[in-house]
Write a protein that binds this ligand. Structure first.
Ligand SMILES: Nc1nc2c(ncn2[C@@H]2O[C@H](COP(=O)(O)OP(=O)(O)OP(=O)(O)O)[C@@H](O)[C@H]2O)c(=O)[nH]1
Ligand SMILES: [Mg+2]
Length: 199
């Protein structure tokens, strides 16, 4: 549900970080917050957070500057990954222009990743959105963990990336892959916006 104001030449897009509990969604936003200059970001809001689990959502507005003459602002959200909070997840997902699916690369988390992907699909369908038409990228997070605990990005592509969307290995704790992922989803969202905008 991007808002394009042709008079003010402003674009605002909503990006949702989705994925199973503890996959590193909030950690992605913290890294972005820490690295984007003050002038390019608003306050990061983490609502109703108990310990380090997200119970409602995180929100971070960032300013991408001028793109094709429009001042472009992205609103980054995370959902709570814990299975129990589905109503909140569905609410946060509403109106998303793009989704970053943050998978946990640990081999033992594969079922949780698959369950969360299915959950994404069914929540999108409830909003009348076909997952195949929505800009989506995959992030395979926690690639810093020991080799024997994790799956390589190519194996995670085989297991999770049914649509063959852009995918990025990441270590959100230290920042590797975080901005590559954000750039990946931004490009897809802006491309889609450009395709749909008046000539
Ligand atoms: N080793 C490692 N740990 C990570 C990485 N990303 C996140 N973590 C850790 O994983 C835990 C969960 O991270 P969060 O960012 O809170 O996970 P989340 O996806 O927001 O979890 P929910 O809010 O419950 O859905 C924290 O202890 C993080 O420090 C990573 O890339 N590598
Ligand atoms: Mg969180």
């Amino acid at each position: 549900m991007s808002l394009v104001n042709f008079t003010a030449r402003e674009i605002a897009c909503k990006i949702v970080y989705y994925g199973p509990g503890r996959s590193g969604k909030t950690t992605n936003l913290h890294y972005v917050y820490d690295r984007v200059p003050d002038s390019r970001r608003g306050q990061m809001v983490s609502l109703a957070t108990q310990t380090d689990r997200t119970l409602f959502f995180d929100f971070l507005p960032i300013d991408l500057g001028q793109i094709s003459g429009f001042s472009t602002r992205f609103q980054l959200y995370t959902v709570p990954g814990q299975v129990y909070y589905n109503a909140t997840r569905r609410l946060v997902l509403q109106g998303a222009d793009g989704v970053v699916f943050v998978a946990d690369s640990q081999a033992q988390q594969l079922d949780e990743n698959l369950e969360s992907l299915q959950n994404l699909q069914s929540n999108l369908l409830e909003h009348g959105v076909d997952v195949r038409s929505l800009p989506l990228v995959m992030q395979y997070n926690k690639q810093d963990l020991p080799r024997e605990l994790i799956l390589a990005p190519a194996d995670l592509d085989d297991a999770l990336n049914f649509r063959g969307v852009p995918s990025f290995g990441a270590d959100a704790l230290h920042g590797a892959g975080v901005f590559e992922t954000l750039k990946g989803i931004s490009e897809l969202v802006l491309k889609r916006l450009a395709a749909g905008s008046p000539a």
